[in-house]
Design a protein around this ligand. Structure first.
Ligand code: SAM
Length: 222
């Protein structure tokens, strides 16, 4: 049996090929996202609820780290904010550019990304569970340093449902296909890791019948 430490070990960013490098992956990802959350309200409702928690106002500047195929990017633009979206996988970015042409896209590894501006919100949606603890901490520090005064980091990610046959079964199925890092991250409360990166957890809401959670964190006392 794998120990927890072994399960937490995932390839360091940029180490080895990624499933997201396949040229057709964008379309597969979108289908999978719909199927995953289809029985618990749907991925659109989940994304809208996360953006409600982000307390966005028109004209804000938002940095999205790990934008994937642009499902959230498009919704962000619909809320009247200015969006810069980053991802390292060109096939994912290609689909995101088609879907959300009003955003600025940058191809980069998150843990080596150097933001050129300060942002009112920095969003990670279903990204941090794919990183090992070291990379996650680095990504959170980059997000913290990219915040404008009064800004917030918003994290939407997998969680582990406490009850309900459907969400528990769906969650177990989905987690089986995710990198091993998902197990620890989806079970945790995130507070400790955020604190280690100099962020203070504010509100955390459970979404999609416990299959996901959204948290809003602000720069902690330095
Ligand atoms: C599960 S998808 C989520 C996409 C999108 N945020 C959403 O909610 O639909 C994860 C995305 O993060 C990107 N990603 C994962 N680790 C990354 C890293 N270290 N640097 C840059 N992008 C990364 C992947 O390429 C992929 O597009």
């Amino acid at each position: 049996m794998m120990s927890t430490a072994t399960r937490e070990r995932s390839p360091e960013p940029g180490e080895g090929p990624s499933i997201y490098d396949h040229r057709l992956v964008g379309y597969g990802y979108d289908l999978l996202a719909r199927a995953t959350f289809g029985l618990v309200g749907g991925v659109d409702r989940l994304r809208e609820a996360a953006l409600d928690a982000a307390d966005l106002r028109p004209g804000m500047g938002v940095l999205e780290l790990g934008c994937g195929t642009g499902g959230i990017t498009r919704k962000l633009l619909g809320r009247g904010v200015r969006v810069t979206s980053v991802d390292r996988a060109e096939p994912m970015l290609r689909r995101a550019r088609e879907r959300a042409p009003g955003a600025v896209f940058e191809a980069s590894e998150i843990t080596r990304y150097a933001p050129r501006h300060r942002y009112d919100r920095v969003i990670f949606a279903f990204v941090l569970h794919e990183l090992g603890p070291e990379a996650r901490r680095r990504a959170l520090e980059i997000a913290r340093d990219a915040l404008a005064p009064g800004g917030a980091v918003v994290i939407l990610d997998h969680a582990t449902p406490a009850e309900g046959l459907v969400p528990r079964a769906a969650s177990a199925f989905v987690h089986a296909f995710e990198p091993p890092t998902v197990v620890v991250w989806a079970r945790g409360s995130w507070d400790e890791e955020l604190a280690a990166a100099g962020l203070t957890m504010g509100e955390r809401r459970t979404l999609a019948r416990g299959m996901a959670a959204v948290a809003v964190a602000r720069r902690g006392p330095s």
